[in-house]
Design a protein around this ligand. Structure first.
Ligand SMILES: [Zn+2]
Length: 480
């Protein structure tokens, strides 16, 4: 079958050239399903999509042959187009041009025709029939680069998926924020999908809505082209945001679970990791229960957290990276620490015996950091930690809520990762007046340099210095 699709040896080289550039015109001229280059239906191109097949099609061959005067007798009718309406089935749509169950049954039994079971309103099928009224050919555009083709071979139908050859390029865009990041990206001609991806990638690290005029951005993303036209955007390969003298860099890489995710320069996941166990508890003394009734007053008094019984003085660890939102006494909570953990998450730790000294509102904490000690302050009947996880202010069961589970790159892959991102860092680089500070503890501008998530970080010089955030100093003396 492949053989009879190939041009015969006699075809001139000029002809094969014209076939090369017009693979998409395999579709019927009236509808040109393979030519319309709208946005791809699939949101992201996978790496496999780069390997595209060129498959000259039957009517290319026939047009070519006809141009050479090799054949003259078309055995089929002109193309007819069927538009799918709301509620249509394949059988109903085919019936409109006189094709019955002897067509759709064998059609749907073919392996590559699965897409025909999921037709959507507005989709179009292009069909030719034999002089005896049987299906001769069918074309159905799956997306901007793939077309389902069905051809009759005697009594049998054969289906295949034709691909337009595509090329993928990496595009770099950089600029200074004027207004919103989305607007600034749009001003540079960056598609809105890339802006959406940036917001998604950074949502745990930096609220991109809070960028200021003058902050800098840089993004490298993939764009896919077919026949010279853009047919797909994404994914973002690397990005950089410079705000308040800090650089937040993100790189796309395959994580330990085999899935692509975003990591900072040190291989830390951009997604936070949570623990449901901020204290080494002996048992759950009271579960999460929004309908808990007070046994004395018989009033419903929801228990918006979980009580973890532990000895007085047991250390309480931050469940995730965050910023202190509250630190002090609060009614029945007793001594309470509340952390804001990005992306709408917040956590509360109540009835503390003691809050860790120096833990003030606005302070950054990292996951696992000790923030206080178990006690029975406030309305507590025994020493325990009352632990809450809220999302956008709504309390969820800390033991069952679905939590982001960011995992850092495994140490074994760190060296290769750091080598791979070097050229990306160069392409993302900010303006040459911006220089690296020597260390976090001795910032040249005298102000504290904050690390990943804005948390204090110790930066070392050289390769290891890219610990997610770099401290930037504008200084006349160059230090690399
Ligand atoms: Zn409680």
């Amino acid at each position: 079958m492949q053989g009879n699709r190939m041009l015969r040896a006699g075809a001139a080289s000029a002809l094969s050239l014209s076939l090369c550039v017009s693979v998409a015109s395999a579709a019927p001229p009236a509808a040109q399903p393979g030519v319309g280059l709208g946005s791809a239906r699939s949101s992201a191109m996978t790496d496999n999509d780069h390997e595209m097949r060129i498959e000259p099609l039957q009517d290319n061959q026939m047009q070519a042959a006809a141009a050479l005067g090799l054949t003259t007798t078309p055995q089929i009718t002109p193309w007819e187009q069927i538009t799918i309406h709301r509620g249509d089935t394949l059988s109903g749509a085919l019936a409109r041009i006189g094709l019955g169950s002897s067509t759709w049954r064998p059609l749907l039994s073919l392996q590559d025709t699965r897409a025909l079971r999921h037709l959507r309103p507005g989709d179009t099928l292009n069909i030719r029939k034999t002089p005896t009224g049987q299906l001769a050919e069918l074309r159905y555009k799956l997306d901007s680069v793939r077309t389902l083709t069905v051809n009759r071979d005697g009594d049998r139908l054969q289906a295949a998926i034709a691909h337009v050859p595509t090329q993928t390029r990496e595009i770099t865009a950089s600029g200074t924020v004027q207004g919103s990041l989305a607007h600034s990206l749009a001003d540079k001609g960056v598609p809105s999908r890339v802006a959406d991806d940036m917001a998604r990638i950074y949502r745990y690290r930096h609220d991109l809505r809070q960028l200021h005029k003058g902050d800098q951005f840089s993004v490298i993303y993939q764009a896919t082209y077919a026949n010279g036209e853009e047919v797909g955007i994404g994914p973002v390969v690397a990005a950089s945001i410079t705000s308040d003298h800090k650089i937040y860099r993100a790189f796309r890489a395959k994580g330990a679970d085999g899935k692509y995710a975003y990591f900072d320069g040190a291989g830390h996941s951009f997604k936070p990791a949570f623990t449901r166990k901020p204290v080494a508890y002996t048992r759950i003394s009271s579960p999460f229960n929004l309908h808990r009734m007070n046994p004395v007053t018989h009033h419903i008094r929801p228990h918006k957290g979980v009580d973890m019984a532990a000895p007085i003085g047991a250390p309480i660890h931050a469940a995730a990276d965050g910023v202190v939102k509250y630190s002090g006494w609060m009614h029945g909570y007793g001594r309470l620490v509340e952390l804001k953990n990005m992306d709408g998450y917040s956590t509360r730790y109540a009835h503390m015996h003691r809050i860790q000294s120096g833990l003030h509102v606005g302070e950054h904490v990292t996951k696992g950091q000790v923030i206080g000690y178990v006690g029975e302050s406030g309305e507590a009947t025994g020493p325990h930690l009352h632990f809450e996880i809220r999302r956008y202010g709504v309390a969820h069961n800390p033991l069952t809520i679905k939590l982001p589970n960011g995992r850092n790159l495994p140490k074994t892959r760190l060296a290769a990762y750091k080598r791979r991102i070097q050229p990306l860092i160069a392409r993302l680089s900010p303006a040459p007046t911006t220089l690296l500070a020597k260390t976090a503890s001795t910032p040249a501008n005298g102000s504290a340099c904050l690390g990943r998530n804005g948390f204090r970080n110790t930066l070392s010089e050289g390769n290891g210095s890219d610990n997610g955030i770099l401290c930037l100093v504008r200084s006349p003396s160059v230090r690399a």
